[in-house]
Design a protein around this ligand. Structure first.
Ligand SMILES: Nc1ncnc2c1ncn2[C@@H]1O[C@H](COP(=O)(O)OP(=O)(O)OP(=O)(O)O)[C@@H](O)[C@H]1O
Ligand SMILES: [Mg+2]
Length: 295
């Protein structure tokens, strides 16, 4: 018996039946995406124990440029969570990352990292807090004139006292983590790599300093479905194996559902939904269902 039958038997209007069917289909699709990467019992326990310890928190944040961009934005990513912020183009997703990196300061509200309000920090203090974060920029944004090795070594040279030997060991370790063969790629230039390999190098560079939290801006945009899957799994591996807290900004609702512990949906300056993928799939909200329509 399908949900459609149920709806008709209960004498609900046709439109309500359609709605139930759509929602069931979305739920099923999400369930199978999630099942493919279901966390282990230990991971679930660790997540439950850490629940309620926010690593990143936005507390009633508002920001306007010429026009309001974000209004009264509140959400948090707890330790070990992957929160994915989704929303249409121009809704302020990258702006949220800039606020967390303290490249921007909100007009109102607070941004907290590990419980510390970073909104009023000095430039030097903000740099210190930024050391806790690894950033993967949209399009990977590698330095085109540097080899893969130098790209990943760059943050280590800038922000650590590691010697050459230690830097090389760290670069190799990170390349192996993202499933690239160090001896093959270290001396290559970014232009010689495929789009998916560039993203992986971008992730290796973002995690070079062993950050406790990772920020990703559109990590899967412009990739084919297979490579999108690879990058999605890589982000999940960082969470699972290293316990890294992640905030991902993405258009890609499919990979968002796969990797997110919680999803934040940004619409017309506000977070209109913040919850688990299952809760989102079960939502009655008209805009959420439209947004999920292509799923
Ligand atoms: N420095 C700035 N000065 C003025 N306006 C800005 C600035 N940065 C962003 N904006 C505006 O703020 C809004 C949100 O921009 P943002 O880049 O955060 O959106 P986004 O959700 O990341 O979009 P996309 O999905 O296209 O990357 C846009 O209207 C943009 O034009
Ligand atoms: Mg953006």
């Amino acid at each position: 018996m399908t949900s459609d039958d149920t709806a008709d038997r209960r004498g609900q209007p046709r439109r309500a039946g359609d709605r139930v069917t759509t929602r069931t289909a979305v739920r099923e699709a999400i369930r199978s995406e999630i099942a493919a990467d279901a966390p282990t019992t230990t991971e679930m326990r660790v997540r439950r124990e850490n629940a309620g310890t926010p690593v990143i928190e936005l507390d009633h944040v508002s920001l306007a440029f010429d026009e309001p961009v974000l209004e009264e934005i509140s959400f948090a990513a707890n330790e070990g969570e992957t929160v994915v912020v989704v929303g249409e183009s121009g809704t302020g997703k990258s702006t949220i990352l800039k606020l967390i990196l303290r490249l921007l300061v909100p007009d109102k509200g607070r941004v907290l990292i590990d419980g510390e309000d970073i909104t009023h920090l000095s430039f030097e203090e903000a740099l210190q807090v930024r050391q806790k974060m690894g950033m993967v920029f949209q399009g990977a944004a590698l330095f085109d004139s540097m080899t893969v090795f130098e790209n990943i070594a760059y943050p280590l040279r800038e922000h650590t006292d590691l010697n050459e030997e230690e830097i090389e060991a760290r670069v190799r370790e990170k390349l192996e983590f993202v499933d690239l063969e160090p001896d093959k790629v270290m001396q290559q230039m970014p232009a010689e790599l495929s789009g998916g390999m560039r993203k992986r190098v971008g992730i290796a560079r973002g995690m070079a300093n062993n950050p406790e939290l990772m920020l990703y801006d559109e990590p899967t945009s412009g990739l084919d479905p297979l490579t999108t899957g690879t990058i999605t799994r890589l982000i999940m591996k960082l969470q699972r194996e290293l316990g890294v807290t992640s905030l991902v900004v993405s258009h890609d609702i499919r990979s968002a559902f796969r990797m997110a512990t919680r999803v934040a949906l940004l619409y017309e300056h506000h977070i209109v939904f913040f919850g688990t993928p299952e809760e989102m799939a079960g939502s009655d909200n008209e805009y959420i269902r439209d947004f999920l329509g292509g799923f």
